[in-house]
Design a protein around this ligand. Structure first.
Ligand SMILES: NC(=O)c1ccc[n+]([C@@H]2O[C@H](COP(=O)([O-])OP(=O)(O)OC[C@H]3O[C@@H](n4cnc5c(N)ncnc54)[C@H](OP(=O)(O)O)[C@@H]3O)[C@@H](O)[C@H]2O)c1
Length: 371
């Protein structure tokens, strides 16, 4: 850790949109974390982006050297999904903690490998589920779990954006596409709201005329959960934006929107409706990236295991893999019944104020995801 201030020193791996727009500015809102290095393949970013934050840039070829340099304590891995695994495994093996962007990996085998290496290494890993530290989300999950909404019966959600084919997520097959990228949000939400793991997955996908994605750009998923609970979500890369979910219990319905995004203007909000009427619960925008980093650094500094650990990432990836299989076969894909060893806790909610984020125009050499 850095000197007497006890701050966890992070290297950013991949200076793409999320690193520039969210993680790098967000870390300034924390008390216990600092930027220490940038790993990039782009000489312009190595110069301008590293200079902007006063940090040293390293190339991907120098990654191993960086891991053993003594200059960092942790990495934030924000490369395209299919490239996460190698950066994660090398870091864990070098004793460097890992904050890993979602989805954890682009295959089940990679997610299993990460779980194994993490256990063996004893180094900490957290999947960057920023909403696990967002007060509105944590309140919904906490209330769902303590029975405020009755017996939880079903969940539906929509999450869509208009994504540019040129962006890395626009041409890398299923694992760069909308199910792993955006479906992870409703999937992770419903797993935590129900406090259960799905027992089957079925999906139907379509390709929008005039678009050139090399995967189904719009996908509807149905999940079955223990106790005859069901969940459905639809995600798309080719439509107007939408983000909402509905959770229905035997006593109460909650309708949440916005519920998946982040930003200085995004206050997570839900409407609770029951026999007595409707009530809106609106939460102030928070620094979601700073919050998750503050929490993870706290786990590192106090030797606690983060809640969104490698198992939490793997539990989403195993469903994403089943959805891929269902899209290929048209069949319902059974999932082995499983119990998660831990769940999101109420005290994980943090309230750091939103940092000043650069506009999309101010980003350095980013191929925007917006079409
Ligand atoms: N938590 C959230 O809200 C959130 C939001 C968006 C994205 N994400 C996740 O964060 C990760 C990155 O997403 P992003 O939107 O930042 O993507 P992006 O803009 O495409 O950036 C990815 C970066 O990875 C680096 N990279 C290394 N090898 C690459 C290769 N072969 N091809 C392309 N890029 C390569 C590049 O950085 P250099 O040029 O510096 O090498 C690139 O800019 C994904 O896993 C995504 O799911 C999370």
């Amino acid at each position: 850790m850095s000197g007497h201030t006890k701050k966890v020193r992070y290297a950013v791996v991949g200076g793409g949109q999320i690193s520039q727009q969210a993680f790098m500015p967000g870390i300034a809102a924390t008390e216990n974390s600092e930027l220490a290095a940038l790993v990039t393949g782009d000489p312009v970013k190595a110069d301008q982006l590293a200079n902007k934050y006063g940090i040293k840039a390293w190339s991907y070829d120098q990654y191993e050297t960086l891991l053993h340099s003594g200059e960092i304590d942790a990495v934030y891995v924000a490369t395209p999904n299919a490239l996460h695994v190698n950066y994660v495994v090398s870091a864990l093996e070098a004793g460097i903690h890992v904050l890993l962007e979602k989805p954890a990996t682009a295959s089940l085998a990679d997610a299993e490998q990460i779980m194994d290496v993490q256990k063996r290494s004893g180094t900490k890993l957290m999947v960057a589920y920023r909403l696990h530290h967002e007060p509105g989300t944590v309140e919904m999950v906490t209330r769902a779990q303590r029975g405020d909404f009755g017996d939880l019966r079903f969940f539906t959600a929509s999450f869509a954006q208009n994504i540019a084919e040129e962006n890395s997520r626009g041409h890398n097959g299923y694992w760069g596409g909308p199910v792993p990228d955006m479906g992870t949000y409703p999937l992770n939400a419903v797993r935590n709201l129900f406090g259960l793991e799905p027992i089957s997955a079925h999906a139907v996908g379509g390709k929008t005329a005039g678009r050139t994605f090399n995967f189904h750009d719009t996908v509807a998923v149905t999940l079955q959960f223990p106790g005859d609970r069901v969940a459905q979500f639809t995600v798309s890369y080719a439509t107007a934006p939408v983000e909402r979910f509905t959770l229905v219990g035997t006593k109460t319905t909650i309708e949440a929107s916005p519920c998946f995004m982040f930003g200085a203007d995004v206050g997570i909000t839900y409407i609770e409706t029951n026999a007595e009427g409707s009530k809106t619960h609106e939460f102030d925008p928070v620094e979601q990236f700073g919050n998750e980093t503050q929490y993870f650094s706290d786990c590192i500094l106090h030797d606690r295991e983060p809640e969104a650990d490698a198992e939490e990432g793997w539990l989403d990836v195993r469903v994403l893999a089943a959805i891929e299989q269902s899209l290929e076969t048209g069949e319902v894909v059974p999932l082995e019944p499983i119990k998660r060893s831990r769940r999101l806790e109420p005290d994980q909610a943090l309230n750091l104020k939103p940092a000043n984020a650069p506009t999309e125009k101010q980003l350095i050499n980013v191929i925007s995801q917006s079409a």
